[in-house]
Design a protein around this ligand. Structure first.
Ligand code: APR
Length: 304
């Protein structure tokens, strides 16, 4: 199996590390900053005999090296600076993503493409359009990460194991994300029965702002351990053909009453990519929040 990662920055290199150190696939790391990428791959390979794996990671700035990739992950772009929204990255990152997708289309026309660059949903839509691949093969990482942040904060508040919490977050990877409270359970109980409304509202807000909180604490760059973990999970679902249901940014063709948009929805993921889009029954307030989120993505796409 071969996974290529466009962008050998924090998310790309950490993802590369997860993939080779878990013996999942060989990796190509492509970056315009070729020497930086080569330095990182040397460093990662120097750890291989300590970790005990035989995987290979190759760094390059030449798209020929992504030929025959099973999966291509796009992380190339500029991360947020403190005080910035993901949306403010749109013009610069759209140009980078468009360039990458033209190359992916010509050098890895059979690959599944996982988008990571922000603003995630607008750029996933752009990647879908530029590659012209079937929609099952172009989707973005977001909901899985947002839900993991939500779970982490709930577990911390209630002092329960994270594994006892079930939830999902739909919609955009941005300020209008939609935590599905009606389907959030702790040890099988409705979350509204175990957490007072004011506390729950605060956790929802902290989840929404978690990326920005990390950006401001780091001082430079944005989150990468958890984003790379979420992409790694998606890659595992594809390569193992697991059929796991994961929230990814997928192009809708009528599902949830929406068309021509990439937005976070639960999808069954397997070796073909998105094998099924799952339509959840949402509560009325969640439905209207989801519509609002879709509108925010459409507005962001207009500025591409
Ligand atoms: N082609 C290839 N690589 C590029 C290009 C390009 N045209 N333009 C930029 N890059 C590379 C940069 O050289 C850098 O190594 O993309 C990498 C981005 O890495 P970081 O700056 O460390 O950013 P990172 O934290 O990895 O985030 C990347 O993911 O989570 C999102 O918002 C985040 O959009 C950002 C992306």
């Amino acid at each position: 199996m071969k996974v290529s990662i466009i962008g050998a920055g924090n998310v790309g290199a950490t993802l590369g590390m997860r993939i080779i150190e878990n013996d999942t696939a060989d990796v190509v790391l492509l970056d315009i900053a070729k020497n930086m990428a080569i330095g990182k791959s040397f460093d990662l390979l120097d750890a291989a005999s300590i970790i005990g794996h035989e995987r290979y990671i190759k760094s390059t700035d030449d798209y020929k090296d992504i030929k025959e990739s099973d999966i291509v992950v796009v992380t190339a772009g500029v991360p947020r600076k403190p005080g910035m929204t993901r949306e403010e990255l749109v013009s610069i990152n759209a140009r980078i993503v468009k360039g990458a997708c033209v190359k992916i289309k010509s050098y890895a026309p059979q690959a599944i493409v996982i988008m990571v660059t922000n603003p995630l949903d607008a750029l996933t839509y752009l990647a879908y359009k530029v590659t012209g691949f079937e929609r099952r093969r172009v989707f973005g990482m977001a909901g899985l990460l947002d839900a993991s942040r939500f779970v982490n904060l709930i577990a911390h508040e209630l002092k329960v194991p994270r594994s006892s919490i079930e939830t999902c977050i739909l919609g955009s990877h941005g300020d209008t994300m939609v935590p599905v409270i009606s389907k959030t359970r702790v040890g099988g109980k409705d979350i509204t029965k175990v957490l007072p409304k004011d506390k729950l509202d605060l956790i929802v807000k902290r989840t929404r702002d978690r990326g920005a909180e990390i950006v401001s604490l780091l001082g430079s760059g944005s989150a990468y351990y958890s984003p790379s973990a979420a992409v790694f999970k998606m890659i595992g679902a594809i390569l193992k053909d697991s059929g796991d249901v994961l929230v990814v940014s997928a192009n809708l063709e009528g599902e949830y009453g929406l068309e021509d948009i990439s937005i976070g929805v639960p999808c069954k993921i397997g070796k073909a990519g998105i094998e099924k889009i799952i339509e959840l029954d949402l509560a009325p307030d969640e439905k209207s929040a989801f519509k609002k989120s879709a509108q925010a993505i459409k507005d962001s796409v207009k500025s591409l």
